[in-house]
Write a protein that binds this ligand. Structure first.
Ligand code: ATP
Length: 285
């Protein structure tokens, strides 16, 4: 049996961490949305083996147990007590280690895909719980629709669709290690965005309220190491963006505007400045 599953990238419209738990894990308060930039995962069962194998067209990804898609298949096979081989081929489009949740989305897509192939009928809640063992972004990616994400990443509250908006996304040519940035968090010094007000903007379908309240508490930390982040943001704003900020722990920067024509203008302006630029919009699985 084979199935192709879509794994969309995510953006953090709002990202905050209110406190750290006693076990050292971070409490999150985030608003995430999924976008029309996706990896595609081909999942095939292999009756002649009980191995999990991962292949990828990207030169950068591990193809062994370090690959988050591999980890997802391993967890699923154990949970469903399956005795079958699984081959996973990843067609990679989402930039790696970019703050766009590519690895988490691949893992979530594998969980959804195996649930369909083996007709296990696990609920999204259950798949999200399995996914949390891999990374705090996997539970959101199981849903892949605009949501408030809290707890350690496992409490997902789906939200209404966003008003019409376009995103221009730019990935500077630098790598950021998420664990390294998270270790730098000092809660007393974080610049907390107003997530409740951002939530109100989304619930009221109010574009301007959303724009006014977006923010990412990790941005000052990552930009203190990489000046390109601030430079890209400034260029986006001076090209006509309504707001610009970093996604996740970076280094990807994105901006929001309400019309396709303005988004194209910003896209053209940023393309002369950065190699990896995308024009896209929110999507819903
Ligand atoms: P997040 O915002 O969730 O921290 P990210 O977008 O910053 O994620 P990813 O692209 O998910 O980063 O990659 C993070 C690390 O995970 C990289 O070191 C990469 O090698 C590893 N990784 C393992 N499996 C995958 C995968 N299928 N796709 C991308 N990265 C993967």
């Amino acid at each position: 049996m084979k199935l192709i599953v879509k794994a969309p990238a995510k953006l953090n419209l709002g990202l905050d961490s209110p406190f750290i738990h006693n076990d050292g894990s971070l409490e999150w308060n985030m608003i995430m949305t999924s976008i029309g930039l996706s990896d595609y995962i081909l999942i095939e069962t292999n009756e002649h083996s009980n191995q999990i194998q991962v292949f990828s067209d990207s030169g950068f990804l591990p193809e062994d147990g370090r690959n988050l898609a591999f980890q997802a298949a391993k967890i699923f096979v154990k949970e469903a007590q399956l005795d079958v081989g699984i081959n996973i081929s990843i067609e990679k489009h989402i930039p790696v280690a970019a703050g766009l949740g590519g690895g988490s989305s691949d893992a979530a897509a594998v969980l959804r895909g195996l649930n369909e192939i083996f007709e296990t009928n696990y609920s999204l809640e259950k798949l999200a719980r399995l996914g949390l063992q891999i990374d705090s972004d996997v539970p959101y990616c199981v849903y892949s629709k605009t949501s408030l994400v809290s707890g350690r990443g496992e409490i997902i509250t789906p939200l209404p669709k966003l008003p019409k908006m376009k995103f221009v996304i730019a990935k500077p040519d630098i790598s950021v290690s998420t664990p390294r940035i998270l270790k730098k968090i000092k809660h007393s010094e974080l610049d907390h965005p107003n997530i409740p007000q951002l939530l109100t903007g989304i619930n009221e379908h109010n574009y301007q309220e959303i724009i006014n309240n977006m923010g990412n508490a990790l941005e000052p930390i990552t930009s203190s190491y990489h000046s390109q982040i601030t430079a890209l943001k400034q260029r986006m704003l001076s090209s006509g963006a309504d707001v610009a900020q970093m996604s996740g722990s970076g280094p990807t920067v994105f901006c929001v505007c309400s019309t396709e024509s303005r988004a194209k203008r910003i896209y053209n302006s940023i393309s002369g400045f950065c190699n990896e630029v995308y024009l896209t919009q929110p999507i819903y699985l």
